[in-house]
Design a protein around this ligand. Structure first.
Ligand SMILES: Cc1ncc(COP(=O)(O)O)c(C=O)c1O
Length: 252
């Protein structure tokens, strides 16, 4: 298409991009000055204007063996040639069972069942639903509340946003989130932790926060505690209280 001037060209591009509503993106600004990726190989993306960009975060932490890895491309193609989809309701396919078995071999010993989902958000909401249904099934209907952590990210479902601790993600939905969810404090403290080698020594006491929330009868209302061993979305934070937090959950 020929454009008489740059403004016309910009409008035409913006028009083409209008229908797609992009997540976690300032849509209006993006569409005024789009950054479009066209292809990728190994560690690099290539943009629509021909620039090579180092993919320093492996997609969204999901392309860790590099983009367009020949083994993965081949495996996807081979499977598509045989069976592109079969429903998981009332019928199954051998590979799903095989993958579940492989996962239980590398997961900690007590994690011996697998439920597949399509995303972390769905995984988190599903885990919360399983916890609620489990307690209800055992006759403990009083267990309806969840505990998360400040700055935690557990995706974009209502459950994940409720236990998540990123205020900007919670703000538009406040009254509609899961009831009575509480958040323990996050573990970031520059004055105590800067330049630590490995796990900082300081911070184990932060698990007391969880202990406090579980005390005094409150534990009988808690259906689950969801915290990331390593926070990533609202700044990278290691989590010393994790083993202590798990121990507190087991006690209560
Ligand atoms: C701990 C955790 N839970 C849930 C999610 C959401 O995953 P998804 O973007 O696949 O929905 C993420 C994504 O980064 C995550 O780090």
């Amino acid at each position: 298409m020929e454009f008489s001037n740059k403004a016309d060209e910009d409008h035409a591009i913006a028009d083409k991009l209008e229908a797609l509503w992009m997540p976690f993106t300032h849509n209006r600004l993006f569409k005024q000055k789009p950054r479009l990726i066209e292809k990728a190989s190994g560690m690099y993306y290539e943009t629509s204007d021909g620039r090579k960009v180092l993919d320093g975060i492996s997609g969204l932490w999901c392309s860790n063996v590099g983009h367009n890895h020949p083994k993965i491309s081949q495996a996807v193609k081979s499977q598509l040639d045989v069976l592109d989809f079969s429903p998981p309701f009332q019928v199954g396919h051998g590979l799903g069972f095989e993958l579940a078995n492989e996962l239980t071999k590398i997961a900690p010993a007590s994690l011996d069942h697998v439920f597949f989902t399509n995303s972390g958000s769905e995984a988190c909401d599903t885990a919360m639903k399983i916890a609620l249904a489990y307690h209800q099934g055992r006759g403990e209907e009083s267990r309806y509340r969840f505990i998360g952590r400040e700055k935690g990210y557990h995706g974009v479902g209502f459950g994940g946003i409720s236990v998540g601790g990123i205020e900007a993600n919670r703000k538009p939905y406040k009254k509609a989130l899961l009831p009575d969810t509480k958040h323990i404090c996050h573990t970031h403290n520059l004055s105590e932790m800067a330049f630590s080698k490995g796990q900082p020594r300081w911070g184990a006491h932060l698990a007391d926060d969880l202990e406090e929330l579980l005390k005094e009868g409150a534990a009988s209302e808690v259906a689950g505690v969801i915290i990331e061993p390593m926070q990533g979305s609202a700044g990278a934070r290691a989590s010393d209280p994790y083993p202590a937090g798990r121990a507190a959950c087991c006690r209560y």
